[in-house]
Design a protein around this ligand. Sequence first.
Ligand code: PEP
Length: 277
Amino acid sequence: MRPVIVAGNWKMHTTPADAGELARTIGARTRVDGVTRVLCPPFVCLAAVRDALADPGVAAPDGSGVAVGAQNVHRERQGAYTGEVAASMLEGLATWVIVGHSERRQQFGETDEVVAAKLTRVIEAGLRPILCVGEQLEAREAGADVAATIVVDQVVNALRPNAGDALWSSGLVIAYEPVWAIGTGRNASGADAAAMADTIRRALRTVAGSVAGLGNGEDLTVLYGGSVSSSNIDEFMAEQAIDGALVGGASLKPDEMAAIVARAGLTARARAAATTA
Ligand code: PEP
């Protein structure tokens, strides 16, 4: 049974002074069994969020807490990279990392090669990667096949250089985030997102054919991201192929997160019931 995950990407919002309180509030309002919750604040807020999430009041009835994730790491282990943060520096601060977010690909020129190197560093550091992939608007408008080709290339280019047991045991999660849907208020349809999740799993199987240790694509957790909110989460969680959401803007709003995680919890319960039946 694949896990159900809701991860929040706070992007460049919050300060060390207010992030802890926001994290605690979201944690307390999303205490739902069976949903893995992750909050990804800016680097400078990681410690405040980690400390706030140690509060027992954020634990779900099943005892699970809220994990902390970073939004990025540098592709090198250390060195003369002023202002950058290496994966190993996150020890004790975060257990998850977003890799290859489209805002980084677009605004900071992160190529597939850079994304693959970052994934390497994340795996080495024992952190859990959320690899983001997604097509631009022109590709989507050119047709589902064009979009799928681009996304498959992104997946294969990130995974192939990281081939091996360490990648699979890292707990890799892939977030399908069509670029045109991020922060725009425009979302993919549930059916299109599910079709792309299936495509991503097939791509993984293709890579696994030549690469030992990648496992079976069916086990791969795939999230949808792109303007997810309380009003459209149902459409995604109703799809078998979608295992949760990477939420940007709405993840800063406790009411929205409460509703999104509550809906994800229904899917988690249905999956658990189907497994025991
Ligand atoms: C994101 O930041 O990954 C994201 C999907 O943003 P939004 O939900 O705001 O579109």
